[in-house]
Design a protein around this ligand. Sequence first.
Ligand code: ADP
Length: 318
Amino acid sequence: MAMRQPLAFEICEAEGTPLYATPDYPENPGLTGETPLAPPFGEGFLRVARPDGGAGVRAQAIRMLSIGACLLVLLVCALVTGGILLVRAVRRERRDARRKTDFIDNVSHELKTPLAGIRLNAELLAENRLPDEEKRRGALDAIIIESDRLSRMVSELLDFSRLEKGTRRYNLETFDLAAFVLDPAERQGIATVSQDRARLSAKGPGCKVVADKDAIRQIGINLVTNAVKYAEGEIDIEVEGTMVRYLDRGPGIPPGDEERIFERFYRVDNSLAQKTGGSGLGLSIARSLARGMGGDLTYSSRPGGGSIFTLTLKETTS
Ligand code: ADP
């Protein structure tokens, strides 16, 4: 329980001249209370004051005021921060909504283009309108290429959905990274997506990693597909230690977009991206897969022009 402060007293005549005061009555009483003396004590009055002249009460009032002011400042800060966060959230929502619409447009376009190609070539073959063997072979090849494109698109969408739902499972194994990437079957897979533009090499001795081979394959396909789409010339794939680097001589990523290209649905706003189709999911999926295995995928610009995408994997501890 709070201790009550003692009070000091003074008895005064009616006109205010003090007659008697307790020894602790302060010289500057500050805040006082008065009550008239009743007969038979005469016309005077009793004055009550705090022995410290009210300094304690003032200090407490100042303390309360300071606490009040601090709370007010905190409230204002909380309101301002809340406002800023709200505005940001609304902006992010709007941006996401716009990107989703772009994504649906892009995906619809991406699905329609190969379908149209498949249908056209299938009709030409069905109606026997291609006179020579070479043209018929060309139509069949076009159907195979377009259906590959379609199935890549569909697996990209399925991968994205699994990653978003968190249901993608990783089959982690310990293996030599260079031996895996340079394996003839893997080389062949890369040669197909890169249209024979990829040069694979290993720098230094092989290194054992703990990773999911399917995920590495998927990351490689996404990065090489991009290099084919956005760059001309050779695509270098270098294995060094626990890293695989994908280098091209394309336009690179504009400053400021280096991290945003890994966001879902994000596509660089330039004529190159407009010219080439895409869902804006390839890099986001690739980075999610890399991180899901305990590694990472980063971008850096290539000296002399172009892009370097570096996949870093977890080294085995045993
Ligand atoms: P998509 O290729 O379907 O648009 P991605 O997520 O794979 O989506 O890539 C995001 C964006 O990053 C692309 O739209 C493109 O502008 C840019 N990009 C990706 N890879 C490269 C590259 N190798 N060179 C230049 N720009 C690239």
